[in-house]
Design a protein around this ligand. Structure first.
Ligand code: TXA
Ligand code: MG
Length: 343
């Protein structure tokens, strides 16, 4: 991890801003979060307004590792305690039944709450300074609704800089993991077992190694999660995913048709145009994925072509995000090859 020097004055100012109901963006090891005091409904409402996010989408509450889980959640199964002991602080969010007194604003009106203790040193320092380490910071990813999540402080400024709704942005370097936390629903354990709502760096197998139950895919009754909307995490430029062999051919055909493509790949594919080559392993790929999508989004290309990663379990989180980024762009390559270029 880029080990940032902790600026204690900035942390103290940020904690005070949160206590006063203001919005503070802060780094976590997954992506940057847009934080507000989880127990102040007006402050949480400002997050929704800033993001342009629907009011019924719940937000994750971030707590210090020493925080009191029982303040936030009720009927906590021992397996949830085991997961907290194994993975917190870290990139795992657990959905638990919410304790009485937790505002509707953070739970989106559901009877559950999402909880996570992040590992980034700046996030840890902030959570320990805020309300003496006993508070909770409600924080979705610090991007406008539907956009790619930010993995640097500059990305956050690019999203919110102009509109003045974010009071402070703490800079903690580039997020190490690079994709959002794994979300596992532990609120219906007795009837449904653990349910994987969003894949991430912590794999179902790693969870099973701790609680001896493998998280399964959600059924229709599972809680809603906006990160599970089909189209999410998407740049403005259309995105298409293709396997390596098809991609080489597509690049040539697009070039012949006078179309411009930006390329994200991990093999050595030939391309004359904007490109990023990512590491050919899932952790390095995830780390740089969102920054790469943002960079390629700024090239003015007709399409961002992504070399489809392998399908195996280690790539689950990456494949999930890429599938969502490409969801709204079905048929884009075909369309670009058919249509005449406007004058
Ligand atoms: O890595 C992360 O989780 C980042 C960092 C900032 O911690 N946060 C993040 O938050 O990705 P957000 O709001 O962009 O995505 C959180 C997801 C959403 O899909 C939300 O619907 C879901 O978690 N979620 C939160 N509370 C929930 C609950 N009580 N029940 C079901 N889903 C919940
Ligand atoms: Mg998000």
């Amino acid at each position: 991890m880029d080990a940032p020097d902790i600026d204690h004055d900035a942390i103290a100012a940020a904690a005070r801003a949160l206590e006063q109901g203001r919005l503070v963006a802060f780094p976590t090891e997954t992506v940057y979060g847009l934080g507000a005091d989880a127990e102040n409904p007006q402050a949480v409402a400002r997050i929704y307004a800033a993001k342009g996010r629907p009011q019924d989408h719940p937000v994750i509450v971030h707590i210090a590792p020493e925080g009191d889980l029982a303040h936030w959640a009720a009927d906590i199964p021992p397996e949830a305690q085991q997961l907290a002991a194994a993975f917190w602080p870290g990139p795992l969010t657990m959905i638990l039944r919410r304790a009485p007194g937790i505002p509707d604003a953070v739970s989106g009106g559901q009877d559950t709450v999402g909880l996570r203790s992040p590992q980034h040193p700046v996030a840890l320092a902030l959570l320990r300074a805020f309300k003496g380490g006993q508070g909770g910071v409600a924080a979705p990813s610090a991007n406008k609704f539907g956009n790619v999540s930010p993995t640097t402080a500059q990305h956050v400024r690019d999203e919110f800089g102009a509109d003045g709704t974010v009071d402070m942005v703490l800079d903690g370097g580039q997020s190490q993991v690079g994709i959002e936390s794994t979300i596992v629903d532990m609120s219906r354990l007795a009837t449904h077992g653990p349910v994987l709502l969003r894949p991430g760096h912590i794999s179902p197998e790693a969870i099973a190694a701790v609680i001896d139950m493998l998280p399964v895919a959600p059924d229709a009754a599972a809680p809603r999660a906006s990160g599970t909307l089909e189209s999410h995490y998407a740049p403005h430029t259309p995105v298409a995913m293709q396997d390596s062999a098809t991609l080489v051919e597509t690049l040539a055909r697009l070039r012949d048709a006078g179309r411009s493509a930006a390329l994200i790949h991990y093999s050595s594919l030939p391309h004359q145009g904007p490109e990023v080559r990512l590491p050919a392993e899932p952790e390095g790929f995830a780390h740089a994925l969102y920054a790469s999508l943002r960079a390629m989004d700024h090239c003015g290309a007709d399409v961002i072509l992504v070399e489809a990663p392998p399908r195996d379990a280690a790539w689950m989180g990456v494949n999930d995000r890429l599938r969502r980024a490409a969801h709204g762009s079905t048929g884009i390559v075909h369309g670009l090859l058919q249509r005449d270029i406007p004058e």
